[in-house]
Design a protein around this ligand. Structure first.
Ligand code: ADP
Length: 162
């Protein structure tokens, strides 16, 4: 069984993430969208809120699961029997960063392969970072967010966006 883990912060999930998962569906038997919990990283949205959004978006796909993990991504893959990682490439800086991580995961994860999909042009400008800036700035992030998520439900530690 070909299982891929799609790891990320999903702070918040964007239509770019969803596009990547949908395009990868024919390649794997199962894709696990997994939130990596990094205690040193500051997130805009609470972990439970990010998980809830992932469920709202992906529960209707029978071959997609939603989970979270701590510590090394490669160890999590081993634990659940996944031999593949899924990542997206939007530009050259994604490539530079991802290359090293992929090479490390190949060693630490005993041959785990990272499968990269190039972002579609209509999504390659979308990142969670940009979406967070838009939300913090009080602008409408709806065009970048999956339709299953209601903008009214955006809540963070520090503020509420109506
Ligand atoms: P991280 O915190 O690990 O960077 P993200 O949640 O920001 O996690 O992103 C997870 C993955 O989704 C990364 O591989 C990233 O390249 C990919 N990704 C994010 N936005 C897009 C997009 N618009 N198109 C394609 N892939 C994307």
């Amino acid at each position: 069984m070909k299982i891929a883990v799609f790891p990320g912060s999903f702070d918040p999930i964007t239509i770019g993430h969803v596009d990547l998962v949908r395009r990868a569906l024919p390649l794997f038997d199962k894709i696990i969208v997994a939130v990596g919990i990094n205690s040193t990283k500051k997130y805009l949205f609470e972990h439970d809120q990010r998980m809830k959004w992932l469920h709202q978006v992906f529960d209707k796909y029978p071959n997609v699961g939603v989970d979270s993990f701590t510590n090394l991504t490669a160890h999590y893959c081993k634990k659940i029997g996944a031999n593949y990682l899924l990542r997206g490439l939007r530009n050259a800086s994604d490539f530079d960063y991802e290359k090293t991580i992929s090479q490390l995961n190949h060693i630490v994860g005993d041959g785990i392969e990272t499968v990269f999909l190039i972002a579609q042009p209509e999504f390659s400008h979308i990142s969670s970072t940009i979406v967070r800036e838009i939300i913090i700035g009080g602008a409408d992030a709806t065009p970048f967010i999956p339709s299953e998520i209601s903008i009214g439900s955006f809540q963070s530690r520090n503020f509420e966006v109506k």
